[in-house]
Write a protein that binds this ligand. Structure first.
Ligand SMILES: *Cc1c(COP(=O)(O)O)cnc(C)c1O
Length: 384
């Protein structure tokens, strides 16, 4: 059947009808008073969602643009940057830092694992000359579904004195992420993940400590320059022509988030992710992230059963049930598949996806008790 495809991938994510109809309206002038009043609301509501008193900048770019906007405004050639990497997106910080000429050091873990805070504490304690200027980390690593203890890591980084620069692309909206309370110095996110709008916008917030480092940056980015964006936020405008329609859509999506409440939205994601994990185990599937406490609330990675292929599972899910789940990335391609429960996802969507997965596994001859996953899921959703 046409027009039934439903995305259960970690971005782009489903978009509410009311947001789509806002985006479908004719563009308005980006220097009009009408757009200015929309931006005023957007900037205020973004502070609510990011749980910060600091400004949140809106960039017309994908999430990676905001990652560039972070490091390109902080790093000078030769600066020592420590990248804590759980996978693909952790490595992206290292690649961006390298592209600016930083002296990059990486602490990496196996796919599905998280950073041990004690390892970071030890490494930073060794840095008696305070050479390490910036530590990058990923909150929810989308390529594996593992989530770092950002609060603990940032407090260790703060003790040392380096800046913490955090990728919250699949955590903001989905998991508690509190820059002011936890001492995150720079936090970035992207629109097509938890924000329930299509790809094309990215966000960045920076605190006073980060601004001091920005002042020392010899060649700040032109397009992503913080000072230009700060000035624009103060004037309820943007430095350049933004993706006007997406911002109109974002305004609507932020209203929906406020109405649900950010804590309730976080709780919904946790409830979904934890019930899903239980259900998957009940149908004899192996999870890449073993421990619930290290699991992202927006993305769950599954190792296919012996003898079943990821492309077959994804193909049947899509062709027979119109549900799109994601493959693994890079080294994990065809080794895992990933179910996104990020953004505009309700219990019905999850129950349908798990039912479709059970039907798919049944067609492929997997050994399990048909229906046990859906039953476990429904029970799990009641519990929390
Ligand atoms: C999606 C994503 C990004 C940004 O990717 P873009 O394709 O540039 O939007 C960055 N970090 C994480 C963890 C992500 O999931």
């Amino acid at each position: 059947m046409k027009d039934k495809a439903f995305l259960m991938i970690p971005g782009p994510t489903p978009v509410p009808e009311t947001v789509m109809t806002e985006i479908a309206k004719h563009p308005i002038g980006h220097r009009s008073s009408e757009f200015s009043s929309i931006l005023k609301e957007v900037y205020a509501n973004l502070k609510y969602v990011f749980q910060t008193k600091n400004d949140v900048f809106v960039y017309t770019s994908s999430g990676t643009g905001a990652m560039c906007a972070a490091l390109e405004n902080l790093v000078n050639e030769g600066d020592h940057v420590l990248c804590l990497s759980l996978g693909n997106f952790g490595n992206r910080w290292a690649k961006i830092a390298e592209s600016i000429g930083a002296d990059v050091e990486k602490i990496e873990v196996e796919a599905g694992q998280v950073i041990d805070p004690e390892v970071v504490r030890k490494r930073l304690a060794e840095d008696v000359n305070k050479d390490i200027k910036i530590v990058t980390l990923t909150h929810s690593e989308t390529s594996t579904g593992a989530a770092n203890d950002v609060k603990e890591l940032c407090s260790i980084i703060r003790e040392h004195g380096a800046l913490s620069v955090v990728d919250g692309v699949t955590s903001v909206c989905a998991m508690p992420c509190k820059p002011d309370e936890w001492g995150i110095d720079v936090l970035v996110s992207g629109s097509q993940k938890g924000f329930m709008i299509p790809p094309g916008l990215a966000f960045l917030t920076a605190n006073d400590r980060a601004w001091k480092v920005y002042e020392q940056c010899k060649h700040p980015s032109f397009y992503f320059d913080w000072a230009a964006h700060k000035k624009a936020v103060d004037g309820d405008t943007t430095p350049f022509t933004p993706a006007v329609n997406l911002i109109v859509g974002l305004n609507q999506a932020l209203k929906m988030i406020k109405e649900e409440g950010i804590e309730n939205m976080n709780a919904r994601h946790k409830r979904h992710a934890m019930a899903l994990r239980k259900a998957l185990k009940a149908i004899n599937l192996e999870l890449l992230v073993k421990d619930d406490k290290n699991a992202s609330c927006s993305i769950t990675s599954i190792v296919p059963p012996e003898g079943l292929s990821v492309p077959d599972i994804r193909k049947i899910m899509k062709e027979d049930y119109d549900i799109v789940v994601a493959n693994g990335q890079n080294k994990l391609k065809d080794k895992i598949f990933r179910i996104g429960t990020l953004g505009f996802v309700c219990d019905r969507d999850l129950i349908a996806a798990l039912g479709a997965l059970e039907a798919t596994l049944d067609k492929l001859g997997h050994d399990f008790e048909l229906g046990k996953g859906v039953r476990t899921l429904i029970e799990g959703l009641k519990e929390i």
